[in-house]
Design a protein around this ligand. Structure first.
Ligand code: ATP
Length: 233
């Protein structure tokens, strides 16, 4: 079943059409990766889905419900959670306090504190530590845990692997099947194309705000992806 349906979405930053008529859909239980070069509009799209950037036109439906104009805090209750670019943790609060911040406006569901600590076992020992003392990868894991604690149907992760060592990225992606297995659908912005092709059921490439290519990794050639990414041909 379709969980997210985006139709002809346009988002401006001033005069710039950062997202330009994008349509996409995500099925329940799917992992969709958004790829594209710097400035392609990936973050703007994700922030629009989270209610942080207002679209100028187009519609966003979640499980058939129009949420295009719904404010961000109500989208959390409706089942959308964002892991923002740069993680945005409260650095002087503990790991546990950061995680609990996600539960604040959230919904009941499978993602309890215990379930998140099972997903990332190292967090249990470090729950009393300030988030600012964690490595980038650990902070990303806490940001994901925080989002999960709101029990989203749709988890949006912006720039999952940006600035992280490959081994750290691999460890974070290892938990994705557990997240999706618990009934959460994931929409990920991933600037590392080969990583996106490995982990996603489908990829969607943006170029200068427009949707230029989409499909299952196995069905797309490297050449198609390269051309879409760089805008060749
Ligand atoms: P990156 O990987 O660099 O984050 P991106 O694909 O996520 O790129 P966006 O951050 O969505 O792209 O940016 C799309 C376009 O909108 C870029 O040209 C960017 O400069 C511009 N832009 C983004 N945010 C703003 C803003 N707050 N005000 C003005 N322009 C913006």
């Amino acid at each position: 079943m379709t969980l997210l349906s985006v139709r002809d979405l346009t988002v401006h930053h001033g005069q710039l059409r950062a997202v330009d008529g994008v349509s996409l859909s995500v099925d329940e239980g799917e992992v969709l990766a958004i790829i594209g070069a710097n400035g392609a509009g990936k973050s703007t799209l994700l922030r629009a889905l989270a209610g942080l950037n207002a679209p100028s036109s187009g519609t966003v439906e979640l499980a058939g419900r129009d949420i295009t104009r719904m404010p961000a805090h109500r989208r959390v209750v409706a089942g959308v959670a964002l892991v923002p670019e740069g993680r945005r943790l409260f650095r002087s609060l503990t790991v546990e306090e950061n995680l609990l911040a996600g539960a604040y406006r959230g919904r009941p569901g499978p993602w309890t504190m215990a379930a998140v600590l099972e997903l990332f076992p190292w967090m249990a020992e470090r729950r009393g530590q300030n988030a600012g003392q964690l490595s980038g990868g650990e902070q990303q894991a806490v940001a994901i845990g925080r989002a999960l604690l709101s029990n989203p149907d749709l988890l949006l992760i912006d720039e999952l692997s940006l600035g992280l060592a490959p081994v750290v990225v691999r460890r974070i992606y290892e938990v994705l099947p557990g997240i999706v297995g618990a009934g959460t659908t994931a929409l990920i912005v991933e600037q590392d194309v080969s990583q996106a092709m490995r982990v996603a059921d489908r990829v969607h490439c943006l170029l200068e705000g427009r949707s230029v290519l989409q499909g299952r990794p196995a069905e797309l050639t490297g050449e198609q992806v390269e051309h879409a990414y760089f805008g060749i041909g």
